[in-house]
Design a protein around this ligand. Structure first.
Ligand code: DGT
Ligand code: MG
Length: 242
């Protein structure tokens, strides 16, 4: 069997219920533990849809997705949520304390572990400045927290769960270039044994990725490292220069 946490797509096709054309077709790749797989492509290319298939927000229409060699359908909801942390493109906070938001998916995490996660997510100052700190309240939908901060708290939540697979959907683009770089440097250690899949808008976020998948109209049109793609892919060159 492949290592735990490995994500494999085998010739996956997906169309939204009721829609005529598939949004993803013939998607095959492997995201290995200890590696970062990046997905880049224009708006509407299908990046979010692809990520959403992994925690089974939808099921593939054709083909198969396996985690650690086990087909998703055999894994069960509980195993999926225990092993996969997803930071969605529109991160969501619910009404409650910061601690309860961070413990969603990590009920047993100690306060110390929450602070560690916040530190990595560059959110220590934000929380220490609030009255009540970890026990300070977030309003429904996180409307009393800025968008970038909401994103970072959701990254901290993902880290607190210590999963084998991380999914980041455009989680760094709302951050300024400096914070983006610091946060990703801090992520290296806690995610070093996990399979990390990052959807990115900014090329600078993914130049170090072990593999980059270029998605265009629901198909992988090129794959490789940043250097390889600069040589081989016109679509990638367009993204880099745009
Ligand atoms: P982004 O986030 O703007 O960079 O775009 P992507 O690459 O994340 O694209 P995605 O996966 O959100 O959308 C791909 C296509 O699927 C696009 O034509 C819109 C369509 N689509 C997305 N979500 C839904 C949905 O819930 N229902 C239906 N019927 N279509 C959807
Ligand atoms: Mg998206």
């Amino acid at each position: 069997l492949p290592e735990p946490g490995t994500v494999e797509f085998k010739d996956v096709t997906f169309g939204y219920p009721g829609a005529e054309a598939p949004v993803l077709s013939g998607i095959s790749f492997t995201a290995k533990p200890g590696q970062t797989t990046a997905i880049i492509g224009s708006t509407g290319a299908g990046k979010t849809t692809l990520l959403n298939l992994i925690p089974r927000l939808y099921d593939a229409t054709e083909g198969e997705i396996l985690i650690g060699g086990v087909p998703l359908k055999e894994l069960g909801r509980e195993a999926i949520s225990r092993n996969i942390s997803a930071v969605p493109q529109r991160p969501y906070l619910f009404s409650g304390t910061i601690a309860s938001n961070l413990r969603f998916g990590a009920q047993d995490a100690s306060d110390e572990e929450l602070w560690e996660a916040l530190d990595i997510a560059q959110s220590t100052d934000f929380v220490t400045e609030r009255e009540g700190q970890l026990e300070s309240t977030i309003s429904q939908g996180g409307t009393n927290v800025s968008g970038g901060q909401r994103q970072r708290l959701c990254i901290a939540r993902a880290l607190a769960a210590k999963p084998m697979t991380y999914l980041f959907d455009d989680s760094f683009s709302a951050l300024d270039v400096n914070t983006d770089a610091k946060l990703r440097a801090a992520l290296a250690e806690p995610t070093k044994d996990a399979a990390v899949i990052i959807v990115a808008q900014r090329v600078s976020t993914i130049t170090e990725a072990d593999q980059i998948l270029v998605l265009d109209h629901g198909e992988i049109v090129a794959r490789g490292t940043h250097e390889e793609l600069l040589e081989s892919s016109e679509t990638y060159q367009e993204i880099v220069t745009s």
